[in-house]
Ligand binder design. Structure first.
Ligand SMILES: Cc1ncc(COP(=O)(O)O)c(C=O)c1O
Length: 386
């Protein structure tokens, strides 16, 4: 392992630990050749604008290429005027909080939710993040209505497709209800749709409903997207899709007035991948790899954890969400699991209220099929010793 001073990646893989807590693509999946070829094409053009400050909203030709890509993937039209380029989804959320919230403001979040988004909301922006229960159809509208009767949120943060951590998807009907409630109660929907395109089962029933991005004309929806999950996280490239007048609020902020468009250079390389179709091909390959990994993890879970945990086989995203019997404390099991050579994210990390102690999240994105089989076997041994 490299010394801390020389570290380059956020996660370091040790040779023996199969850490299903890592919610990132495996290093072997990262598209080095695709990016090298994209860079060669762009550099060969000899255009120094590549290295200038970028246009505040994001390079126009990149936004056009992204809009074309999304229109095809979403099967609903997206225009470049609806897109604001960001340095990833985390920065998109940060920018939204910077511009639309004050410390102490209330926002609603799903229970459970993406643990690091909770950090951004609570620790970076000191927001009052109120948890709203969810179930296998996503955020519960009955619970949301009750909460709305008591408190006024600036926004509701939701991960509508293949949610992190549960893998659940917000149903089409609830999407309608959510948009209607946003109008009625005057709040914004911040839809973190980073998993929308990561669906692995092409049957119609398994595809997520149309993204909330398709509802931005309401002026109530800010949809966040990212290349982290469909290309590479180190690119730090993402976007906010919103109504053009809402996008202007981002375009005129001091950050881009001073620094120019976000990630101008990288977006220019990724434009080549979008235009040449290599982004689409790469995504098709990822879907195939992840679909197989889900099958392997599901079969291994049945073999090694059957009777010890409950889960639903996901149709997309990155995660399996496991529920054990009440009384099992998954956080307390983590150090025994590490000793046995396997890791996971304890459910309590994803809860805003210190709950879900009997749950855990497993990611199938980082490790290949053989390691998934071995890691689940190790987990089964740890749990059966309980
Ligand atoms: C729901 C969700 N949002 C945002 C992110 C981070 O995305 P980015 O790398 O684009 O900042 C993740 C990564 O795990 C995620 O699961």
């Amino acid at each position: 392992m490299k010394s801390p001073a020389l570290r380059s990646s956020q996660v370091n893989r040790t040779s023996s630990l199969i850490d299903f807590g890592i919610g990132q693509p495996g290093f072997d999946l990262l598209p080095l050749d695709l990016m090298r070829q994209s860079a060669e094409v762009r550099f060969a053009e000899g255009d120094t604008e590549l290295l200038n400050y970028g246009y505040e909203q994001g390079d126009g030709r990149f936004r056009q290429a992204l809009a074309d890509f999304l229109s095809a993937e979403y099967a609903s039209p997206v225009g470049p005027e609806q897109l604001m380029v960001t340095a990833g989804a985390s920065q998109a959320l940060t920018l939204i909080c910077t511009l639309f919230t004050q410390p102490g403001d209330t926002v609603f979040v799903e229970e459970p939710s993406y643990f690091l988004a909770l950090r951004i909301l609570r620790e970076d922006f000191r927001l009052n993040a109120v948890p709203i229960p969810s179930d296998e159809n996503g955020l519960r509208m009955d619970a949301l209505e009750i909460a709305l009767a008591q408190q006024q949120p600036v926004f509701v943060y939701t991960i509508p497709a293949f949610q992190n951590p549960t893998g659940h998807t917000l149903s089409a009907q609830r999407r309608e209800e959510l948009v209607a409630l946003a109008h009625k109660h005057n709040f914004t929907i911040v839809a973190d749709e980073v998993y929308q395109l990561l669906h692995y089962n092409a049957t119609q029933a398994a595809l997520p409903p149309a993204p909330l991005a398709a509802r931005t004309e309401s002026g109530r929806v800010l949809s966040i997207g990212s290349f982290s999950k469909i290309l590479a996280p180190g690119l730090r490239l993402g976007w906010i899709q919103a109504a053009p007048e809402v996008v202007q609020r981002f375009v005129t902020c001091g950050l881009v007035d001073s620094g120019g468009g976000l990630n101008h250079f990288t977006s220019n390389l990724v434009r080549v991948a979008l235009e040449k179709g290599s982004q689409g091909e790469y995504l098709a390959g990822l879907r195939e790899i992840y679909r197989r990994r889900i099958d392997v993890m599901d079969a291994a879970l049945h073999r090694h954890l059957g009777g010890m945990a409950r889960w639903q086989k996901p149709d997309g995203g990155y995660f399996f969400w496991l529920e054990m019997d009440e009384g099992i404390d998954t956080a307390a099991l983590l150090s025994a699991a590490h000793t046995a050579g396997v890791g996971f994210l304890p459910g309590v990390r994803c809860s805003s209220v210190g709950g879900l102690g009997n749950c855990l999240r497993l990611s199938f994105a980082h490790f290949g099929e053989a390691e998934i089989e071995e890691g689940v076997a190790r987990l089964g041994r740890v749990l059966s010793e309980e």
